[in-house]
Design a protein. Structure first.
Lengths: 140, 111
């Protein structure tokens, strides 16, 4: 048996990393013996960088994540503006309509920029305002 | 014939300057069995321990690198450290008069 460290309550201390990981290590999934602070969890490649629900009227619902604002451009046409931009216009947007009744609508991701994404909703009759949910993955 | 002397080998408060804490007397060999290091302060402080055969207190002789004890916390060593005559357990601490070290073992008279 070697050394054991205790706190003032006599509880044995478990070995732990004392230095903090950085964003590049999170993004690269680098195997380092460092701890991940809460504000860096989002930098893991598999974590959504933005998510939100937009009402049929084109307003954002609370809560949401990394959404600065919604532009309700026209019927079925919304921009999601990010608080923290992506590093490029290459990222993945998953979007789906939220409607209890049967409806064959599609959500199309149109314009994609580092700072915003445009989504458009339509059905057989044309563009339509429907409540939608979005989750976006990528690099910031 | 060797004579065992199980005893308190050393007790002090470690200073900020690396130096000798316990030195094996001439004609003796020592087996350290138990060490406690206590942080008496209200803030976390580190300490370092060395085992040197001379007077070198550096990375080359470190047995515990700068290890931080939480406020009011302590560390204990329960094992075996063998020492020859004139070998030294040395140490330093982040702050003086706050880290207490106590060393127990068998100081064997081999004269």
């Amino acid at each position: 048996m070697g050394w054991t460290f205790y706190n003032s309550n006599g509880e044995a201390l478990v070995q732990h990393a004392e230095s903090e990981a950085v964003q590049s290590e999170m993004e690269g999934e680098t195997a380092v013996a460092k701890f991940v602070p809460p504000d860096l969890v989002k930098n893991s490649p598999g974590v959504a960088k933005c998510w939100c629900v937009i009402t049929a009227a084109g307003a954002i619902e609370s809560p949401s994540y990394n959404v600065a604002s919604i532009d309700d451009n026209s019927t079925g046409n919304r921009d999601i503006n990010f608080t923290t931009d992506f590093s490029s216009n290459v990222y993945a947007t998953a979007a789906i309509i939220m409607m209890p009744a049967d409806d064959i609508s599609i959500v199309r991701v149109s314009g994609i920029a580092a700072g915003a994404v445009n989504i458009q909703i339509s059905n057989a009759s044309g563009v339509i305002d429907i409540r939608t949910s979005q989750a976006i993955f990528g690099d910031q | 014939m060797p004579v065992d002397n199980f005893k308190l080998l050393h007790q002090s408060q470690i200073t900020t300057t690396a130096g000798a804490l316990y030195t094996v007397p001439a004609n003796h060999e020592t087996i350290v069995k138990y060490i406690t290091v206590v942080n008496n302060d209200t803030e976390a402080l580190w300490f370092t321990l060395f085992h040197t055969t001379g007077t070198t207190y550096s990375e080359a002789t470190t047995i515990i690198p700068e290890a931080t004890l939480p406020a009011g916390g302590w560390a204990e060593f329960n094992g075996t450290i063998t020492m020859d005559a004139s070998d030294i357990i040395g140490g330093d601490a982040e702050q003086a008069s706050e880290i207490t070290i106590t060393i127990y073992g068998d100081e064997i008279d081999v004269s």
